[in-house]
Write a protein that binds this ligand. Structure first.
Ligand code: MG
Length: 261
């Protein structure tokens, strides 16, 4: 009898250790997908990634031969506004520029899995701070945002800085160049999959290089981009436009090309 009690006590102790080790164990909050382990959205206490100075500035390269050139510095013929009308963004002098209140701009063509190269420039002189400084965004499938922001010496919440998957994953490092300098994003995107009932069967995934530095490493997206909230996936078509955000700041873009995967 005494042995049995001792054995039960031992089993209980093992179980207790097992449970508590799961709670106390070290885990990387940045890659956990279980909602209870995630940082609060836009949590100001979430650690900021280390600053990395990217390599030398490179002049825009020629797009690969199998890419679809979305903007070559000439016109906005591949783009329209969110209602499908001609966009009021500036599209001249080798770059396109956000025009406040013109709304986002989107491609006329739809895309799913893809590789994207895009160059952007935060405004100079500097105006505003935090989320109000050089804010725009690259929206894959018009739904999933890679944040564009002047994050050069400009504090904001980690999941809202440049190269963050907005509201979800801060970049691994802050590889921002100073405002007024051209910067690059190279994005590899795999769309989410849904079954015929609209249930998610595979989340979207994203890898991002900022100025040639890895900042998102095959991140598994939690759902569509939203502000101050995390919302669940909602079924959508396999291909949708790429869009760029008008957040009221005159951010410029150039040399945009895409390869379908
Ligand atoms: Mg944005």
């Amino acid at each position: 009898m005494k042995k049995k009690i001792l054995f039960l006590f031992f089993l209980g102790a093992v179980f207790f250790l097992f449970v508590t080790s799961g709670i106390k164990g070290d885990f990387d909050k940045s890659i956990q997908t279980e909602p209870e382990f995630l940082w609060k959205i836009h949590d100001m206490d979430r650690p900021l990634p280390p600053v990395v100075t990217p390599g030398a500035i490179v002049t825009p390269g020629k797009p690969p031969s199998d890419s679809i050139v979305l903007f070559d510095g000439k016109d906005l013929s591949k783009w329209c506004d969110s209602k499908g009308q001609p966009s009021k963004w500036k599209g001249e002098r080798d770059y396109m520029e956000v025009v406040k209140k013109a709304g986002s701009i989107k491609t006329k063509q739809n895309f799913g899995d893809c590789q994207i190269h895009i160059e952007w420039r935060a405004p100079l002189p500097v105006n505003g701070k935090g989320q109000g400084r050089g804010n725009s965004g690259v929206f894959l499938m018009d739904t999933y945002e890679v944040q564009v922001l002047d994050s050069f010496d400009n504090r904001t919440y980690a999941d809202g800085m440049a190269a963050a998957i907005y509201g979800q994953f801060p970049p691994l490092v802050n590889a921002c160049r100073p405002p007024g300098e051209w910067q690059t994003y190279d994005i590899i995107f795999h769309r989410p999959h849904f079954d015929k009932n609209g249930n998610l069967t595979r989340p979207a995934r994203m890898t991002v290089f900022h100025n040639g530095v890895l900042v998102q490493d095959n991140a598994e997206l939690l759902g569509p981009t939203a502000w101050k909230k995390r919302v669940p996936y909602k079924a959508h078509p396999d291909k949708m436009p790429l869009s760029l955000q008008d957040h009221g700041n005159p951010v410029r873009y150039r040399n945009i090309w895409i390869r379908e995967l």
